[in-house]
Design a protein around this ligand. Sequence first.
Ligand code: ADP
Ligand code: MG
Length: 213
Amino acid sequence: MQTAKRFSELPLTKAMLDNLSNLGYLEMTEIQAASIPVMLEQQDLIAQAKTGSGKTAAFGIGILSKLNPSYFATQALVVCPTRELAEQVSNELRRLARAIGNVKILTLCGGTPMRPQIASLEHGAHIVVGTPGRLLDHIGRNSLNLATVQTLVLDEADRMVDMGFFEDIVGIVAACSPRRQTLLFSATYPNDMRNASASFLRNPVEVKVESQH
Ligand code: ADP
Ligand code: MG
C-alpha cells in the first residue's frame, strides 16, 4: 500500500497549511492527492471519485491557491446541482478561505428572491457558488459578470446532467473568460458527458479514484 500523502508535501503557503491542520486535514484523501497537483499546474481537470471523498476541499484548495483577495472581482465560479450542495460548498470554502483573509463568497440559488441577490452582486464577491438556472438568470440580466473568472468548477457534473442542466451549463461556460481553468468533479463520467464536455475543457487531465477514500 502507498503511504498517505500529507498536505505539507504540497507547495501551499504556511497560512493555508496551518488552516488545513486546524480543520483536522493532515493527510490528503486519494482524490485530493491525485487532483491538487494537477490544479496547481493550472491544467484543466476531470476528477472522478465517489461521494464523501473530499472533492470540495480539493477544488477549494485549487481555487484559493490562486485567488487574489485584494482584487475584488469574481475570480472563481462553482456550479452545483442543488441549493443544499451549493450551501455546503460555500461553507467549506469559507472554512478553507480563513487562511487568506477577507474572501467574500456569495451563494446564488433559485427559490429565493432575485432582488437581494442582485443587491449583493452590486457589492461584488471573490467567489460565486450557485445552481445553474439562477446563475443563468443573473447572466441574462447582466447582474453577474463572469469575464474575470479564472477558475470554473462544475461540481457533481453527472448529477447536473441527469437533472437536465446541460444546456444551462453551456450558457454559463460561454459567459466565463476563455482564459479560465476548468475543473469538472463528478462521481461518474459517462461517455455522453465526455463528448459533451469536450468543448469546454482544454486538454484536461483525468484522475479517477475507485477505492474507499
Ligand atoms: P465529496 O464532495 O467528495 O462528496 P466532501 O467534500 O463533502 O466530499 O467531503 C466529505 C467529508 O470529508 C467532509 O466532512 C470534509 O470535511 C471531510 N474531509 C475532506 N478532506 C479531508 C481530509 N483531507 N482529511 C479529513 N477530512 C476531510
Ligand atoms: Mg461534493
